[in-house]
Write a protein that binds this ligand. Structure first.
Ligand SMILES: Nc1ncnc2c1ncn2[C@@H]1O[C@H](COP(=O)(O)OP(=O)(O)OP(=O)(O)O)[C@@H](O)[C@H]1O
Ligand SMILES: [Mg+2]
Length: 241
């Protein structure tokens, strides 16, 4: 596959040459206000205490090009173009994010934690947007390739609670593209995430997010310890010469 370019996506992002030094790739998923950003930050701190070098990122975004696309997607500017176009824009952003941020960090040995990733496209544009599974799978193959996360954590929460948290956090700021969807959308979103977890239990873990942030963090840490066995790393000693 090396050197092959498909549909404008550079081949470098479609391969996954695992080396022993490669860091782990963890993604957080879940509905609006389920606590993803809170838990991403908490997990990063916990790993850093073990002296593991962590790169925190997010989607849509995580690189300069992808952050520009993020604005188009979350402002709702792309909504009139339909879910297919949105899925393609998410894929374009993801390709840049992988090329510019995720892959280089993993190759440096850093652990990458992304606040949302490809499962969001499967669920939001695929299940909820009715973009055909084969289109979603094709886009995912082109962008993610073999660089699938080592662990994807779904924070499971009744959307009533999640949306209430988001409303409280937002204050007077406007709702974003996906927060603005009907309540039924958010209920279906939760089901779609749980279906996805049932289909890929090896990669995906569900953590109950209906608890205070500390208790949720304990649930997250239990999964990370069990699945990825993070171990304490001695700090690098400065070269005295
Ligand atoms: N376990 C929790 N219990 C109560 N409130 C929480 C909990 N975790 C996070 N919050 C608060 O709820 C709000 C949403 O949390 P957070 O931003 O982490 O969720 P999110 O999943 O990243 O949301 P979004 O989908 O909007 O990105 C924040 O104001 C946060 O401080
Ligand atoms: Mg967030």
């Amino acid at each position: 596959m090396a050197g092959k370019v498909e549909a404008g996506f550079p081949s470098g992002i479609a391969t996954n040459q695992k080396s022993t030094m490669r860091g782990k790739f963890i993604t957080f998923e879940g509905g609006e206000g389920s606590g993803k950003s809170t838990q991403v930050a908490g997990l990063a701190l916990r790993l850093q205490k073990l002296h593991i070098d962590v790169k925190v990122s997010r989607e849509p975004g995580g690189s300069a090009g992808a952050e520009a696309i993020r604005h188009v997607l979350l402002s709702g500017a792309a909504k009139p173009l339909g879910p297919h176009a949105e899925a393609i824009l998410f894929a374009a952003a993801r390709a840049d994010h992988l090329r510019e941020t995720i892959r280089p960090a993993l190759e440096r040995g850093q652990w990458v934690i992304s606040d949302r990733f490809a499962d969001s496209t499967r669920v939001y544009q695929g299940v909820l947007g009715n973009v055909e599974p084969r289109v979603i799978a094709r886009l995912e193959k082109l962008t993610v390739g073999e660089l699938t996360p080592d662990l994807s954590i779904i924070l499971d929460l009744d959307p009533k609670i999640g949306l209430a948290r988001v409303t409280k956090r937002r204050g007077n700021a406007p709702v974003d593209r996906f927060e603005a969807e009907e309540f039924d959308f958010h209920k279906k979103l939760r089901e779609a995430y749980l279906d996805l977890a049932a289909k890929e239990p090896g990669r995906v873990a569900v953590v109950n997010a209906n608890a205070d942030a500390t208790a949720v963090a304990s649930g997250v840490w239990a999964v990370v310890k069990e699945r990825l066995q993070p171990t304490w790393r001695p700090q690098r000693v400065r070269d005295a010469s």
